[in-house]
Design a protein around this ligand. Structure first.
Ligand code: ADP
Length: 397
């Protein structure tokens, strides 16, 4: 059946139409600048090369209408009628403690997502707008929500509680939630298949290294620890996010520069990470190029990045009291052999032996450790849209 997968931001809406039987992407695209002047849709399908067209989209309703228009258009379309779309799967960032798994949308579900708005103020309200737009325009099509946080709801208390006064958890649910759950779940399941081992008997560490990055310890098919926290700012160093820092830094900078908390949080989210440290770029392709050209700051920034990844891997080996396999995924994890090599070279103590030839591959499923490596290392491309489509179908069965 045809499933429409939607990832809705405050001014953007990404979509893919997936056939859940063949798991083929029939069409995909992006609406941008919703509610802003100059909004447009970018679209591509098998029978239509990528194009961008300006369409007025004052709200997400017009964006959904534009998507429907492109999908059913006699020239660009891949379906003749929207009734052929049997379900819509929505990515939702924060499910708080309400959602331990995906859910079919009801008024109650929307209300609970709303109650998590304070935990993801930039994302959840936009996700709700997308859901409501679909409910309005595709009246008879069921909607399913798939949460970034749900996979991590299996973490034990000692993994998710912060060492701050207990009342902050009891009263406001301030705790570690973790993100990228759809990706960690998809990739850890897939690697068990590749290894031909039961998913519920493996100790896997997934390194989701994209612009945003997080590491997850998956034990016996369950997330038991992860590097992101209450927000996606925590954990390993990222493209523009600092990852873990000494919280004391915030007051020192605030006093030195006369800045308020939101200015500093903005700096930690948007001007830090590998971009802030290297003063080159948040894009790892630029970093690699700068290193080749002899840029010292880029070299040190990459070394610091690798160290944060290595630290988390070491911590999660300790947490699980062992590890069977380590998996790299997302933009950097799938494509940057330099990062993978540097990480693996620091893990010799685990008996990891890198296959340097295999590690040259990009963007494909491959084992990058040698056959006699004690811990196996893989690259597995993530596919969050496909994971959402699968969840959607499963829930509606
Ligand atoms: P996001 O978190 O935005 O989804 P991605 O998973 O797309 O991020 O990762 C973006 C990062 O992946 C960038 O730093 C980029 O350099 C890196 N990347 C993406 N494609 C390639 C490639 N073909 N070669 C090297 N690096 C790549």
């Amino acid at each position: 059946m045809e499933v429409l997968v939607i990832n809705c931001g405050s001014s953007s809406l990404k979509f893919q139409l997936i056939n859940s039987d063949s798991e083929k992407v029939l069409a995909k695209g992006l609406c941008e600048r919703i509610g802003i002047d100059g909004s447009s849709i970018t679209y591509q399908s098998d029978n239509c090369p990528k194009f961008t067209k300006g369409i007025d989209m004052p709200t997400h309703n017009e964006a959904i209408s534009a998507v429907i228009g492109a999908l059913t258009d006699k020239d660009t379309g891949v379906i003749s009628d929207m009734d052929e779309v049997k379900a819509v799967g929505h990515r939702v960032v924060h499910g708080g403690e309400f959602f331990k798994e995906s859910a079919v949308v009801t008024e109650d579900v929307i209300e609970k997502i709303k109650q998590c708005n304070y935990l993801a103020p930039l994302h959840n309200p936009a996700n709700i707008i997308g859901i409501k737009a679909c409910m309005k325009i595709m009246k008879n099509t069921p909607n399913v929500v798939v949460f970034d946080t749900a996979f991590h709801q299996t973490m034990p208390e000692e993994a998710y509680l912060y060492a701050i006064p207990r009342k902050y958890y009891d009263e406001n649910k301030i705790r570690r939630y973790g993100f990228h759950g759809t990706s960690h779940s998809f990739v850890s399941k897939r690697v068990a298949e590749i290894m031909d081992k039961p998913y519920d008997k493996l100790k896997t560490i997934v390194c989701h290294l994209g612009n945003g990055a997080s590491i997850c310890a998956v034990e016996n098919g369950k997330s038991v620890d992860t590097s992101m926290g209450l927000t996606p700012l925590a954990g390993v160093m990222m493209g523009t996010r600092s990852g873990d820092i000494d919280p004391g830094i915030i007051e020192v900078i605030a006093k030195n520069e006369g800045k308020d908390i939101s200015e500093i949080t903005n700096m930690l989210n948007k001007k830090s990470g590998i971009a802030g440290l290297s003063e080159v770029s948040s894009d790892f392709r630029d970093i690699t190029k700068a290193i080749e050209e002899g840029n010292e700051k880029a070299k040190v920034a990459l070394q610091a990045y690798v160290r944060t990844v290595v630290r988390f891997i070491g911590a999660y080996v300790a947490v699980m009291n062992g590890v069977d396999d380590i998996v790299f995924t997302a933009g950097v994890g799938e494509n940057n052999s330099l990062v993978r090599e540097a990480v693996c070279n620091s893990l010799g103590y685990l008996g990891i032996k890198l296959d340097t030839e295999a590690n040259k591959k990009r963007g494909e499923e491959v084992m990058i450790s040698t056959p006699d490596s004690k811990v196996k290392v893989y690259v597995v491309p993530t596919n969050e849209e496909l994971a959402i489509a699968r969840e959607t179908v499963n829930l509606l069965k």
